[in-house]
Write a protein that binds this ligand. Structure first.
Ligand code: GDP
Length: 457
């Protein structure tokens, strides 16, 4: 493989910048642009050692910067190849200048994620572990960081690989049967077959269930605060934010504001949007707001519907309630302005599958109950961040397809069909799991995965 280089630190001013070089010629290339102080030479440097010296342009003899060079010798490096890292001063220009020198002296510009891709291709990481590297970089909280670390440590890989191994063993036994069906002693009985398939289905189903909960931690919960004007939606948002809103974003193309904020409730992050009403209207401008609000309600994961209980419900409140009944979303009803006493009959909220909370957005009473309700609704209380859920939709889709195939294999086994149908579906399931871990991923899949990385990783 060619020798590639990239600036691995962000292109911004900082303490240091690191230019990473990886490939067969990495250490020689580094030696062409870097001269250690003293009588050391780069080519003699052992793996895991550094040298302090100068970056010098060999074409002009001009010193570009002082720097530290770190050498990693294959296979004991991130990529599994010879690697050199030049740590120079952290300026945008100086980093680009050192990079250019490397490019002029035998290196190619690395693609996005190329270092990690090489680590994968050299067997240093599974595909799931490589993906978790990106998640570690983008982690925004304790739970997502921990989950990414566990995947990097190989937890997801070994879990999926374990299920795959069971299927491969099963396929071996089925193959023996397919090849010698008339043998007196079958390799596997129908009962054993069903039990094995059932067991694999259960294990995959558990991983799939954990995914939904894990996603909530990773990406936050898309939440809409709904309610007619003046019920206290903005006040509630501000109370949740803990400060008066300073940044208000207006969704482009709308004439009515859709305000979006992110707020942390316990361990969960809520991406809040406060929408205009959903009431039918003849006003053309208002109609746009209404249809946008309805779309948001249809797309979100959680609705917090706010009602002002200091006065009786009116037709607009009831219209919203009717709409929510149809919507079938995770729903929390906030009976706001509890400090003013309630004039609302609780029976109005019957027949709604919702958590109902009294709250005062103004003085914050009831907010901890709201936090608790959100946490319970999304299973955050029982979620174990040490359980290794998938990091992304690609992994999820592979596991879902494997699960669907296994269900069909199980159905075929239960219908006492021939083992051929069972074999085909079990084989498909095993292939999907191998695609998940990267053992059998196509080049296109691998390219797609690494195209989402940043350059230099
Ligand atoms: P929105 O139109 O739904 O966003 O409503 P606002 O948040 O602008 O609130 C409308 C009015 O209700 C404001 O005067 C708020 O101060 C008041 N308000 C909001 N929440 C409460 C509450 O919990 N108690 C009381 N007493 N007033 C509230």
């Amino acid at each position: 493989m060619s020798t590639v280089c990239a600036v691995s630190t962000p292109l911004a001013e900082g303490g240091i910048a690191v230019i990473r070089i990886s490939g067969e010629d990495a250490i020689n290339a580094a030696g062409r642009v870097f001269t250690p102080f003293g009588d050391k030479s780069v080519s003699e440097m052992q793996g895991y050692t550094c040298a302090y010296g100068r970056v010098i342009d060999p074409a002009t003899g001009e010193t570009v910067d002082d720097a530290v060079l770190t050498v990693f010798r294959a296979p004991h490096s991130y990529t599994g190849e010879d690697t050199a890292e030049i740590s120079c001063h952290g300026g945008v220009y100086v980093a680009k200048r050192v990079l250019r020198l490397c490019l002029e002296n035998g290196c190619w510009q690395a693609d996005r994620g190329e270092f990690t891709k090489r680590a994968f291709l050299n067997g240093k990481l599974s595909l799931t572990q490589a993906e978790a590297v990106m998640d570690t970089i983008s982690a925004r909280g304790e739970a997502s960081l921990r989950s990414a670390r566990l995947i990097r440590e190989g937890r997801l890989f070994s879990r999926i690989d374990g299920i795959k191994q069971e299927l491969v063993t099963l396929l071996g036994k089925l193959a023996a049967w397919v090849d010698y069906p008339e043998e007196e002693l079958p390799e596997i009985t129908s009962e054993e077959l069903k039990a094995s398939l059932y067991d694999a289905c259960e294990k995959l189903s558990k991983v799939l269930r954990e995914y939904d909960c894990g996603m909530v931690f990773r990406t936050g919960i898309d939440t809409v605060i709904a309610g007619k004007p003046n019920v206290g939606k903005s006040t509630l948002m501000n109370t949740l934010l803990g400060y008066e809103r300073s940044i208000v974003t207006e969704a482009a193309g709308t004439t009515r504001d859709v305000i979006e904020e992110t707020v942390k409730l316990g361990e969960l992050e809520l991406k809040l949007s406060d929408t205009a009403g959903i009431r039918e209207t003849g006003d053309a401008v208002e109609k746009i707001g209404v249809s946008l609000a309805r779309k948001r309600l249809a797309d979100c994961a959680l609705v917090i519907a706010v009602f002002d209980t200091s006065s009786p419900l009116d037709s607009e409140d009831r219209e919203l309630l009717g709409y929510l009944r149809e919507l079938n979303k995770k729903l929390i009803i906030v009976l706001n302005k509890s400090d003013l006493g309630s004039k609302v009959d609780a029976s109005e909220f019957e027949k709604l599958n919702a958590r109902i909370l009294e709250l005062s957005a103004k003085n914050g009473e009831g907010v901890s109950e709201l936090t608790e309700a959100v946490s319970q609704l999304f299973g955050a209380d029982e979620y174990d961040p040490a359980s290794t859920v998938f990091a992304n939709e690609r992994q999820h889709r592979c596991a879902q397809e494997a699960y669907d195939a296994l269900k069909q294999a199980l159905a075929a086994a239960e219908a006492e069909e021939t083992f051929d149908a069972v074999t085909v579906m079990t084989d498909l399931a095993a292939s999907r799991l191998m695609e998940l871990t990267g053992e059998k991923a196509t080049e296109a899949v691998v390219d797609e995965v690494f195209s989402k990385f940043c350059v230099g990783k």
